[in-house]
Design a protein around this ligand. Structure first.
Ligand code: SF4
Length: 390
């Protein structure tokens, strides 16, 4: 018998996390969530890590994790003042994409995700929502309104499909979340409403859903339900989350426990083995076969003054991602990363900057040398040509 969920009223002082610029995976610069803890309780969730664990007492040592009570999934802190804090924080910031929305069951009762979206609509902020639940459909009207004004995207966390022979076993790992088939059905409705959507396949669990057949199936189901992309990555394990997960694995998939203990030796975070590049290539191959992207497209607010900066930064980040999964030398990867940051950080509009300052102007940006200036100039030209053709 699982423990009863308890909701703890909570009045934090701040709500917004802010990066120096948008990240290169979800293209979000800000994030804000209304709940701490998650009733979906996915057994692999990284939020049980000490670093993210929501029930820490400042200054006190963390007690051993109580696996039976699983406080992460049954003790939910409700940030009652989330919409007000968000409004205050966003009012002072430049427009960029906010990672928000939390559609665990608590949202039916408290409705804070919807109120936070209303703030985004009021202030004209673009949003990125990642959901493991069709409950997000309740707010489709609001998400459409945000998309018309500032852009919105709704992705679904899905790591397997009903076609997989291990579907039932994976479902047991996320047994409190709505089944994957329902999430795909929700994706179809989001796509039909004109909102960009796709799959975030994280974490792809070794031996359960990281095989080519499942990747191909995920990509096919995504394309078949109107999704335009699938972004994937593997499982990370750390401190108390590792202990918890190994305990669950011993109960649900005892045949895999020794394998996991071998590929996640003590002190490791990611799995031992061939590493990320071949995995990234397999995800790309699956996406290409299904005709979808293996990267999330960047959202740019219509009419935004620095839209060219953002699009060139996106092209540079896509190029660096390709270099990463092709196992290119680190110095080449870093050259593209630094260039993407420099272009994103440039306060002037990139097209005008290039027109007035020329190639030398690009070379004056941090981390951009003559070779990269040529790459950036080429990207500006290509994007301008595409725009003129449309
Ligand atoms: S839905 Fe996401 S946040 Fe919630 S438990 Fe699952 S992985 Fe963690």
């Amino acid at each position: 018998m699982p423990p009863r969920t308890r909701f703890l009223p909570y009045q934090p002082k701040t709500i917004l996390n802010k990066g120096p610029r948008a990240d290169h995976w979800f293209w979000t610069r800000y994030s804000a969530y209304p709940y701490l803890g998650c009733q979906h309780g996915c057994e692999f969730c990284y939020c049980r890590e000490q670093k993210f664990f929501p029930h820490k007492t400042p200054g006190a040592a963390l007690p051993a994790y109580d696996a039976a009570a699983d406080p992460f999934s049954h003790l939910i802190k409700v940030k009652e003042n989330a919409p007000q804090l968000l409004r205050k924080a966003l009012a002072r910031l430049p427009l960029d994409v906010l990672f928000t929305g939390d559609y665990q069951p608590a949202e039916r009762k408290f409705g804070l995700s919807r109120q936070m979206l209303e703030v985004c609509l009021d202030l004209g902020f673009p949003v990125f929502i990642l959901s493991r639940s069709p409950l997000v459909l309740r707010d489709l009207d609001l998400i459409q309104a945000i998309h018309r004004r500032a852009r919105a995207m709704v992705a679904f966390s899905i790591i397997t499909t009903p076609d997989s022979p291990d579907y039932a076993r994976v479902c047991r790992m996320e047994r409190l979340a709505p089944p994957a088939a329902k999430r795909f059905a929700a994706m179809q409705q989001v796509a039909a409403a004109g909102i960009p959507t796709g799959t975030v396949a994280m974490p792809l669990l070794p031996g359960l859903c990281d095989d080519d057949a499942n990747l191909q199936s995920l990509a096919r189901w995504t394309a078949g339900h109107g999704g335009g992309f699938m972004l994937g990555s593997g499982l990370t394990l750390s401190d108390q989350q590792r202990q918890y997960f190994f305990g669950v694995l011993g109960q649900l998939c005892p045949d895999l426990l020794a394998h996991y203990q071998k590929i996640y030796p003590p002190g490791s975070y990611g799995p031992a083995g061939p590493g990320w590049p071949p995995f990234g290539r397999r995800i790309r191959t699956a996406c290409q076969a299904a005709g979808i992207r293996h990267r999330i497209p960047r959202q740019v607010v219509p009419g935004e003054k620095r839209s060219l900066n953002k699009r060139v930064a996106e092209a540079l980040a896509d190029a660096l991602y390709t270099l990463e999964i092709e196992d290119a030398p680190q110095h080449r990867i870093w050259a593209y990363r630094k260039a993407a940051w420099a272009v994103d950080d440039l306060e002037q509009e990139l097209g005008l900057f290039y027109k007035t300052m020329g190639r030398k102007g690009l070379e004056s940006l941090p981390g951009i040398g003559p070779g990269m200036a040529e790459v950036v100039a080429g990207m500006i030209k290509t994007i301008n040509q595409q725009d003129s053709a449309n």
